[in-house]
Design a binder for this molecule. Structure first.
Ligand code: ZN
Length: 349
């Protein structure tokens, strides 16, 4: 039985250059498009705006260490570049709604999400992954809010004027650098004020605890897994998972295998099983409760296991959750009800 789901993170917007029509007609590449999404039950998702570094990364082999790998933080972005890039991708997001003939709606309120769950349209939650395109006076934050922005991850991996993210390192704790800057603290306060969710994924541990201290909203990591199972910097320690539970927050479990955030070996693992993804869901639910775990694919931002393939694999994951013993009510919480609860508390409308 197909049920609707809300997904915590995708990088699908960056797949489209100028024309977003291929999203609706269907693409052969990538993980999400309209036909495959609707078919799988993708009711709503966080659509990230991510600015790549203008230079290309060296080959991953250069990062090998004795026990795993270590990738240094990419250089900081210039505001002008990031701002222009952010505008370009947000404009694309606006086009998705405009060209959808009512099939795609920007999620500005909980009602937009409820309607998506009811099958009236697909809903997109606008998310910034790395706030380099936002100025220190936060004027751009207010402009983007009016355009539909409802979620901000202060950092991707590289440092910016707000905070510093984790470098990709395995095995390693997420405690890799300094916490939020004064600008970062103001950003969190202003997000609270506007009703924008703050995403903890990619933040280093000191930054995480700074947000936990300042924010009045539930703590959320949209695409991160359990560090106990896969000790990569991007995953959450037990203490972080507990804090998210205590705040009535939420973790979106990611399917990323490059970097591998799923299996214990940490290496690129296309053969990872769906049961190795659900293992993280069980671990988090056993520790802090079923109300605090959900899905956060990272589709179109990473490689996913062959068994998942693309968004069409999500119903298989949901079927596996049922097979592993979750009741229908519990499966619905993981699929979308937990996201609705947390966003209701955060957006306040
Ligand atoms: Zn990410």
């Amino acid at each position: 039985m197909k049920i609707p789901f809300i997904d915590g993170h995708n990088d699908t917007l960056m797949n489209f250059e100028n024309d977003v029509q291929p999203f609706f007609s269907g693409t052969k590449s990538g993980h999400i498009d309209w036909p495959r999404g609707v078919n799988a039950g993708f009711a709503a998702g966080f659509f990230a705006v991510f600015c790549p570094n203008p230079d290309t990364d060296p080959l991953p082999v250069a990062y090998k260490t004795d026990k795993g790998y270590e990738k240094p933080l990419p250089p900081c972005l210039k505001y002008e570049y990031a701002c222009r890039y952010t505008n370009k991708v947000v404009a694309r997001f606006l086009q998705l709604e405009k060209q959808s003939k009512g099939r795609f709606k920007i999620a500005r309120t909980i009602q937009d999400l409820d309607q998506a769950i009811a099958g009236e349209h697909m809903a997109g939650i606008l998310h910034i992954e790395g706030a380099e395109g936002i100025d220190e006076d936060l004027n751009m934050l207010h402009v983007l809010y009016e355009a539909g922005l409802r979620s901000v991850g202060p950092v991707w991996s590289r440092a910016n004027i707000f905070a510093e993210g984790v470098p990709y390192r395995f095995p390693s704790t997420p405690d890799t650098g300094p916490g939020l800057t004064e600008n970062g603290k103001k950003l969190v306060e202003e997000c609270n004020h506007l009703g924008i969710m703050v995403d903890l994924s990619h933040l280093n541990e000191k930054g995480f605890w700074d947000v936990a201290t300042i924010s009045r909203d539930p703590l959320v990591a949209t695409h991160s897994n359990a560090h106990k199972i896969c000790p990569v910097t991007r995953n959450l320690t037990d203490k972080q998972i507990d804090a998210i539970g205590d705040s009535n927050g939420l973790i979106g479990v990611t399917y990323s295998i490059n970097p591998n955030m799923v299996t214990a070996d940490g290496g690129n693992n296309e053969g990872a099983l769906l049961s190795e993804i659900t293992k993280h869901i069980h671990y988090i639910a056993d520790r802090i409760g079923i109300d605090h775990v959900s899905l956060g694919s990272d589709f179109d931002g990473t490689r996913v296991p062959k068994a998942m393939k693309d968004v069409s694999g999500v119903p298989k994951l949901i079927a596996l959750l049922r097979k592993e013993g979750w009741s229908e009510e519990e499966v619905e919480k993981i699929a979308y009800k937990n996201w609705i609860r947390v966003l209701k508390e955060t957006w306040k409308k």
